[in-house]
Design a protein around this ligand. Structure first.
Ligand code: NI
Length: 128
């Protein structure tokens, strides 16, 4: 295992909403993704999902027991979506994120709205 440059990893692909697995930690993946526009409402029943914004700005809408709200994460911010919370990420411009979640976690969760063509429903791709 050699050190991995996140900027080189991000430069190695162009697809939006299609995470690449940069490394693993125990049974968790560290994934990076380029995102822009809307993702979709989905929920991970069994796992929290950690986000770190590397470039740009990520919005995450949340449906909580108190109602719906949207958190805004500027570059350098972290946020954890709790398990069982419906959420929909959105990026108003080209944005790069790092996600930390158990290996095998599907990007569209265990339950979700219809997956639009511009979203990759995946457990993450290897870096090429
Ligand atoms: Ni999610």
């Amino acid at each position: 295992m050699d050190p991995i440059s996140l900027s080189a990893a991000l430069a190695s692909f162009t697809e939006r909403w299609s995470p690449r697995i940069v490394t693993t930690v125990n049974d968790y993946d560290v994934r990076v993704a380029k995102v822009e526009g809307e993702h979709l409402w989905h929920v991970h029943d069994l796992t929290d999902e950690f986000f770190l914004v590397l470039e740009g700005e990520l919005h995450i809408s949340l449906r909580e027991t108190e109602g719906e709200r949207t958190v805004v994460l500027p570059k350098g911010s972290v946020f954890t979506v709790p398990r069982g919370t419906e959420h929909k990420p959105y990026a108003p411009e080209a944005t790069a994120i790092l996600v930390f979640e158990p290996t095998g976690t599907l990007t569209v969760g265990d339950r979700h709205d219809e997956v639009p063509d511009h979203v990759d429903a995946t457990t993450g791709h290897a870096l090429s």
